[in-house]
Design a protein around this ligand. Sequence first.
Ligand code: ATP
Length: 304
Amino acid sequence: LVAFVMFLFFLVLPLGQAVHAYTQLQSGLGALARIEEILAVPGEGADDRPAPVTARPVATGPAAVEFDRVGFGYPGGPPVLHEVSFTVPAGTRTALVGPSGAGKSTLLALVERFYEVTGGTLRLDGVDVRDLPRDALRARLGYVEQEAPVLAGTLRDNLLITAPDATDDRLRAVLDEVNLGHLAERTADGLDVQVGEGGVLLSGGERQRLAIARALLAGPPVLLLDEPTSNLDARNEAALRRAIDAVAVRRTLLIVAHRLSTVVDADQIVVLDGGRVVATGTHDELTSTSPLYRELATHQLLVG
Ligand code: ATP
């Protein structure tokens, strides 16, 4: 359809206008994609099949996430994950660490079913995610990506997208929880302050905390969080840690971690290298058992 519309642009409009119209269309599609990401709306796809009648419904409390000998390669590319096995027990926190390209972000993408595993099985509360319709799966998941999108619009718009009925008091309480209360106090507009394009520009740390606020409002039982690699100053790092603590309450958390302060409190740390799990344990355990973990931890910043 996009190709057809582009063809029409170039057929009926002078080149300059056609390029402009095409750019507009692209940015419109980009915005739509971002909204879909935020809402985790399932795209149309052959794998959006209804759940088989045999699939048992997933319970509503925190859910366990289980990687069982998971293998994966991006379409047309080499394998990037090999026999990855570990479980995130319901209501606990697991941090993924490892060098750049180890496959950390890819694991989160597989839970969201942005891609399908090519080997092994990925389960949510014991149910193969391929047996869950994507909207049912994503209703249970919150996904906070590294470069969290901010919609052009007001602070309120950015929050209500995951909780249209939330009251102002609730929005302010959540903003306080993620240390963003100051945004609503910065101008007389309060929650109606413009953010993003054409408004108050947010730092990388603030953008991610805004995404965490959206996740808190949506209240998914499982949260997938891709921590930013960028350096955060001490204040922002502490604010991020408090936001993660807030979101961790009664929730299953799988975090791609790039800083030591995030992993030390994890119930479990999974060390990945070259698409394989090379060690699993707590910070104290891994400090004595995993040379790679020791090396990463020594640099304080677990930059992937
Ligand atoms: P980083 O910490 O640098 O983000 P990572 O451990 O999260 O690294 P991934 O981003 O999961 O690693 O990447 C794992 C491998 O998959 C890498 O070799 C990467 O080049 C490749 N890869 C990642 N995304 C894609 C993609 N969309 N298409 C093709 N290959 C990809």
